[in-house]
Design a protein around this ligand. Sequence first.
Ligand SMILES: C=CC1=C(C)c2cc3[nH]c(cc4nc(cc5[nH]c(cc1n2)c(C)c5CCC(=O)O)C(CCC(=O)O)=C4C)c(C)c3C=C
Ligand code: FE2
Length: 467
Amino acid sequence: MAKATKAAKATKTAATTGRASAEPDAGPGVEPDNGPDIDSGTGPGSKSSTEPSTTNGISRRRLLGTAGAAGAAGLAAGAATGAGVSRAVESPATALTTVGSSYIPFEGPRQAGIVEPGQARGHLVAFDLAPGADRRAAAALLRRWSDAVRAMTEAGRAGGPALPAGYDDQVADDAGPSSLTVTFGFGRSFFTRTGLTAQLPEALAPLPDFPSDAIDRRRSDGDLWVQIGADDALVAFHALRVIQKAARDTAEVRWQMNGFNRTPGATARPMTARNLMGQIDGTNNPKPSEPGFDAKVFVPANGSPAWMAGGSYAVVRRIRMLLDSWDHLSVARQERVIGRRKSDGAPLSGGTETTPVGLDTFLPDGSLAIPSDAHVRVAAPASNSGATMLRRPFSYHDGIGADGTPDAGLLFVAWQADPMRGFVPVQRKLDGGDGLTRFLRHETSGLYAVPGGVGPGEYVGQRLLEG
Ligand SMILES: C=CC1=C(C)c2cc3[nH]c(cc4nc(cc5[nH]c(cc1n2)c(C)c5CCC(=O)O)C(CCC(=O)O)=C4C)c(C)c3C=C
Ligand SMILES: [Fe+2]
């Protein structure tokens, strides 16, 4: 595929994935114990443009690689440890950092934005088809979107094509690709709206209601879902604007959520990111290098329906963290809620961050080292008949809510080959028995079928829409 060809041309490097005696713990309310006009169907293909766009006479691509040194230091450390998921990175001769020049191809057997480390900035957006927009209109939209993303990910690369005028509001000028990915999915309602119910995947059955859910349906679901990620805020915003403008009369925004992660190069060496509770979050994600990874995360080539081959299912939950309550717990108690040390993410059963969690380890007093209601115990595949998912969240912070507490938490995005063997059984178990539940509120929910990737000239979802 083109993905492999492009990757081969680029310099390869590694970057980190960015990852009982149940002592009764204080819940909320207890005493503190510690202080352009984008043309329908005629958008540019990846190879069609020739000259780079210029700003004040300076080519966007000539400006790559002129930022600080932290990224390069982090990159070197990443390569030395060999940790994490490898990704293609271009290295212009003058580069002092790789943040801007990091490039993730749009084309490939799988959509980008699933296995790559979570970017520093993310936008999650759901669209509903406009009244009267049919399958044909939806197909034209997916082509416009795919062409736009192809152009945006290629533009700004050293030696890459220019961003065509129709896409360029100059917001992303001067920046490189910055690990931009845009990932597209279909919600259940898309199939009824477009008369494609015969192609509706079984796996897209509505998620069950979980007892502790507090779901706002207006900010949930949607016909189409788009996940945008980039390591530069302007590159991410630019992609968002282009996607929204390209939707034009065919689809309107149903909801939008904005998130973030740690910026690459902010730590002395690549490390698993922390969430807004301060925990190292992502350690025990399945790794692409592990046997069985693909089967857990992606629909197999002979999977059903056929158009989902190479695709995946994304569960998206906006999970508010009840931070004021959480902050009242001592660090020791917080660690027992999770089952890992806050400072370095090591399991309470001993070792370092990457030491396997000892679910059967006992303390000298005979109690379980990982409490019976600790999050990692209740969520572990071993506690859920092997159920596994790839978690790739963004944090969010939208100021102070009506209740006077931070409207902040996790835009939880979980990827799996089948939600019934991933998110659903695990969330059922967490909802009843996880010590963390009392510090969380699931406020929105969505499930999307994310088809496989595209080759040159193809658009995402083509096999569904033209099958
Ligand atoms: C339904 C699945 C899960 C939800 C919802 C969820 C929410 C959630 N998790 C954290 C913080 C951490 N989670 C950690 C591990 C972990 N979480 C899940 C699943 C859900 N989490 C799994 C499957 C695992 C791995 C368990 C294992 O096999 O060990 C951790 C520990 C570090 C890690 O392994 O990533 C933290 C910390 C928050 C804050 C949260 C909701 C806001
Ligand atoms: Fe978790």
